[in-house]
Design a protein around this ligand. Sequence first.
Ligand SMILES: [Zn+2]
Length: 257
Amino acid sequence: MREMDFSLTMYAEICKALQLHKVVTVQRYLSNVLESPCLVLRHDVDRDSKNALAMAKLEYEYGIQSTYYFRYPNTFNREIMEQIANLGHEIGYHYEVLDKAGGDCHKAIALFQKELEIFRASFPVKTVCMHGNPLTKWDGRDIWSLFDFHDFGILGEAFLSCSDIPIYLTDTGRNWNGNNNFKDKLPAENRNKNFRNTVDVIRFLNSNKDNIIYLNCHPERWGPGPWGWTKAFMRDHLFNFCKKALKLFRSGSMERF
Ligand SMILES: [Zn+2]
């Protein structure tokens, strides 16, 4: 395998490894009609909806259905989302309303309802997923300590409702071990598997076909072609630098930076 890591061709290698697994959407996992084991495949579309479409088409070629969570308005692109839905994937809402409301849960829930209705004008959204912005101090999931997403016809929240899955793998921060990762966490992630790269993750997938696994890949990180790869590489390193600075700043140790 000689593909560049975090490229769409490397993602095709992941898709090959996924052929050993029963891959399901978040909605299907939460529908309680499944026989385990299965692998839940989720994509947080944080920045690039075109990359999401390229990834969705690739998965379709491998017979894979997954869940794509879109932000509003950042990555909300009805035309692209319709194409992804037509490939058999689930469309979900990647909410960040507590950040937008400055930490006010009541303002946030009103905004949640409004944005959800915009999604539902075109897509039957049944699951939602918190977007974790490392620059803000709020955790979007906190609104559910005051409110119940079931009241909005939502079957589940991609973090809260899937916390029973024992293995959580995410590419957040261009690192599979949870480094450079502020909020995209589940208790399962505490296991340190010492993945050096995606090839190690593929080896893990190949040798763990009988485990229940939760896999999250951000489409903007798996750009098609050399320019797509370069853009993602530069963006990830810039973001990781900023996150490191923020972490040091918050811990009051800027002098070490
Ligand atoms: Zn996100």
